[in-house]
Design a binder for this molecule. Structure first.
Ligand SMILES: Cc1cc2nc3c(=O)[nH]c(=O)nc-3n(C[C@H](O)[C@H](O)[C@H](O)COP(=O)(O)OP(=O)(O)OC[C@H]3O[C@@H](n4cnc5c(N)ncnc54)[C@H](O)[C@@H]3O)c2cc1C
Length: 789
């Protein structure tokens, strides 16, 4: 390929993602231009432990990585890894060592580690993989310091690790000899629109002054994504912020003790724990740190303190023998990650440019999987529908005020991480930080704060907050206004206080089955303390949140106030809050106790609510007495549908009709509709009433658009069966005080019948998120005869 030739695809970036993608795309017979350094020094990939860890990367309190969808992607990536390595071996002639199994060990870090082991075990079992608890004494290679005893161990035979040096070498070798791959050992300076307009090839301008043309460009530049996008103003990519988590890892020539397989601790919030991974020839990998690097400050040198941290945590927590081994190498890399911690894979706003990055802690595991998605998209065989990873999805950016309000407790934990901090000490610091935070947020124009606000704008993540607050805290006028409380003392007493250990989180998350998350306070917490933006982004990801045990929502007024904090209310009728309760003489099936069709709220309304909220005032007694509210997650239904079924569903449009108040309401809507906030495909469907069942004002549905030959009754039955599949349906049994937030755009809901006369009383509110409501394909479809009020 000469410089003037147009490549079919330019892959920019030569880390594990770029190399794997270039291999997959060249396998399609396309002409590939690979742009990036041949040397792996400084890459996240080269610094990686290269554990293939779909389950042990799950951490308590780390929402995105613990989401079932992410674990499913990771498990799928793991399942095909062996075949991928075998193909690599046969095409490159190079062997890449893989060691099966990972030991996950809970150490002196306490309850958090134990919870993480439970989460990992559950994640593995949910995916049909094995997770075996063992006493720590049975873990080969585990010999921690006496001050860091191990409390529990989990053997995960479905996990593995690979030798990353061998892997990168094999891929590099293969791509160097492929005829349809040209490797430009330089870096891309900018992407430019070509002369042929918006459908023509793009120009990749490089540091060696060459300009290459390519029909499509895959951005696999890891933590360099933001810089390259910013240097390419002629293209509108619409990518979210990509941050860098700097990782330092250490290689020792040999361990001096037997290490048949990887031994590691769980992740701990931003920190990724201690890892000891066997490498070829008896060498071992010790990892790793994870420190936020604000954009533009990508440092490639390790600080001595970072090396010390790695050695000390692996030495103390896993095996003290490493202290005396010979150093072979120290690697530094920057993990690319987004604020929602999900990868960016697929077309950007400019369909000619695809993103393949932000794989954060799992890029080595995900590389073949991501490469397969990109190649499938480029070949047209499998247009990319990896919705949660869609590069143009909205990613919430918290304001500094919100972040501080939410995180003061966590900051205290970060600044004073020991378990044994005493309560008065904790209060001193809380007061001081509260004052510091107020100064910072309330005086944005104060010249002294400007650099701090700039820092926040570049890296709006909790890891930035300690830096900001330390700077503000040290200003005398801030310290003085901390209401006479003493500033942080170095001689603070340690050990547990009489009032117990400091809680590490204000509330805890528990996964519901088969989807949704329960939030409950760690001690006592008020609904008002829950940060609205975080709740909404959690809801959009999980689709259902149960808030249980919070104070402050016990009256209609308080429930309404809480709902209004999430967004403007959608009000039908006089009252903003509806009472969902059976009536003695019901005028509609909503106020009856029998069968209710599965539906979404607002079928016949012009304004579809985004969030449906319930609060339980009175609950039905037992499971046997019915009355549960059933939610079907249609995004999961779609994900589980066979490709042929989904193609049929995409071709269907239903018309719904139902009588109400003397009028006939009517609505036509495609079955598959894009979620306006997440872009996920969803199903919009109102179930017909089964034969022999009679309800007030029954809905009727007819197929308005369908491929020829489609059997309407069969199609409806198939949809219904899928929606009621227990893998996709969550049944909520009410307890008094429960608040449920449901994503009305993704879910359909109904209610189990229950005996008349049973006490069951719910409050309901409808909330709109942002200003996109009413602008979806579903809302744009015909609303003939729509009900108003
Ligand atoms: C210490 C550490 C431990 C890890 N452990 C694991 C693990 O055990 N398991 C796991 O699965 N993952 C792990 N990860 C995460 C994994 O390494 C990353 O997710 C993955 O390597 C990201 O790959 P990448 O190709 O996107 O980025 P990188 O490997 O950083 O590669 C990006 C490449 O793009 C190049 N580039 C940047 N800008 C340009 C430009 N303008 N033009 C051309 N080229 C450019 C860079 O030079 C670099 O070569 C770890 C990461 C670190 C740092």
């Amino acid at each position: 390929m000469s410089a003037r030739d147009v490549a079919d695809v330019a892959v920019i970036g030569t880390g594990i993602i770029g190399l794997s993608t270039a291999w997959a795309v060249s396998g399609l017979g396309m002409r590939v231009l690979l742009v990036g350094p041949r040397s792996h020094t400084g890459q996240a990939s080269a610094a990686a432990g290269a554990m293939l860890a779909p389950f042990s990367e799950t951490a308590a309190g780390d929402d995105p990585l613990s989401s079932p969808a992410e674990i499913t992607h990771r498990a799928a990536a793991r399942a095909s890894y062996g075949d991928w390595l075998a193909r690599l071996r046969s095409e490159s002639g190079r062997v890449v060592s893989m060691t099966d199994g990972i030991w996950l060990v809970a150490t002196a870090h306490g309850q958090g580690d134990l919870e993480a082991l439970e989460l990992a075990a559950r994640a593995a079992r949910d995916q049909g993989a094995s997770a075996e608890p063992h006493p720590p004494s049975e873990v080969p290679g585990l010999s921690p310091a006496r001050t860091c005893p191990a409390h529990a161990a989990l053997w995960l035979p479905g996990e593995a690790s690979v030798d990353i040096v061998e892997l990168l070498d094999a891929l590099s070798h293969l791509l160097s000899v492929r005829e349809n791959v040209r490797w430009a050992d330089t870096s891309a300076v900018a992407l430019e629109p070509g002369t042929a307009g918006s459908d023509g090839p793009l120009v990749v301008r490089c540091a060696d002054r060459e300009r290459y043309e390519a029909g499509r460009v895959v951005l696999a530049v890891g933590s360099g994504t933001g810089a390259l996008a910013a240097a390419s103003p002629g293209l509108s990519l619409g990518l979210p912020l990509v941050l860098a988590g700097k990782g330092v890892s250490v290689l020792v020539r040999d361990t001096g003790f037997a290490l048949p397989t990887t031994v590691r601790t769980p992740m701990r919030r931003f920190a990724c724990g201690a890892h000891l991974v066997p490498r070829a020839g008896g060498a071992a990998y010790l990892g790793a740190t994870n420190r936020l690097t604000p954009p533009g400050e990508t440092s490639t040198a390790p600080a001595l303190e970072e090396i010390l941290t790695v050695v000390q945590s692996v030495g103390d927590e896993l095996n003290t023998g490493v202290y005396h081994r010979e150093l072979a190498d120290v690697a530094v890399g920057h993990r690319p990650y987004t604020l929602d911690h999900l990868p960016l894979v697929g077309p950007t706003e400019d369909p000619r440019v695809l993103a393949a990055t932000a794989t954060y802690r799992n890029g080595v595991l995900l590389a073949p999987y991501v490469a397969g998605l990109i190649a499938g998209h480029l070949s047209g065989a499998g247009p990319l529908d990896a919705r949660p990873w869609r590069p143009t999805r909205p990613v919430a950016v918290p304001s500094l005020g919100e972040a501080l309000g939410d995180r003061i407790q966590m900051l205290i934990d970060v600044l004073l991480p020991a378990e044994g901090v005493t309560a008065p000490w904790h209060l001193d610091l809380q007061a001081l930080l509260g004052v510091a935070a107020r100064h910072l947020v309330e005086s944005p124009d104060d010249a002294r704060w400007r650099p701090l606000h700039r820092l926040w704008d570049r890296a709006p993540v909790v890891e930035t907050l300690p830096v900001l607050l330390r700077a503000v805290r040290d200003l005398p006028h801030v310290a003085n206004s901390a209401a006479g409380r003493s500033p942080a003392r170095k001689d603070a007493p340690s050990g547990r206080s009489k009032t117990g250990p400091v809680s590490r989180q204000r509330w805890r998350q528990h996964r519901l089955t088969p989807f949704g998350v329960r939030l409950s306070p760690a001690g006592q917490a008020d609904l008002d303390e829950l940060p609205p933006e975080r709740l909404k982004s959690l809801l959009l990801r999980e689709h259902l949140l149960l808030l249980r045990g919070f104070t402050g929502g016990s009256t209609v007024d308080k429930f309404e106030a809480f709902a209004r904090r999430l967004g403007p209310l959608v009000v039908w009728g006089d009252a903003p809050i509806a009472s969902v309760v059976a009536k003695a003489e019901p005028d509609d099936h909503v106020h009856d106790t029998g069968f209710m069709p599965l539906h979404w709220d607002g079928v016949y309304k012009p304004d579809t609510p985004d969030i449906q909220m319930f609060q339980c005032l009175k609950a039905v007694g037992t499971a046997a007495s019915g009355g549960a509210t059933l939610f079907s997650d249609t995004t999961r239904v779609i994900a589980g549908a066979a490709p042929g079924t989904l193609d049929l569903w995409r071709a269907l449009t239903f018309r719904y009709e139902r009588p109400l108040g003397g009028e006939m309401l009517s609505r036509s809507c495609p079955l598959v509709v894009e979620h306006p906030h997440t872009g996920e495909p969803t199903l919009r469907f109102t179930e017909p009433v089964p034969d022999g069942v009679h309800i007030l004002n029954p809905p009727n549905l007819t197929l308005e658009r369908a491929p020829s030959g489609c059997d309407s009754a069969e199609a409806i039955q198939q949809i219904r069966d899928a929606l009621y599949d227990p893998r996709y349906m969550y049944a909520h049994r009410w307890r008094v005080g429960d608040i449920v937030l449901a994503d009305n755009r993704a879910l359909l809901h109904t209610r189990e019948p229950y005996p008349p006369g049973t006490e069951r009383h719910l409050l309901r509110a409808h909330v709109r998120i942002g200003d996109v409501a009413g602008d979806t394909p579903a809302d744009r479809t015909s609303l003939a005869g729509q009900e108003v009020g």
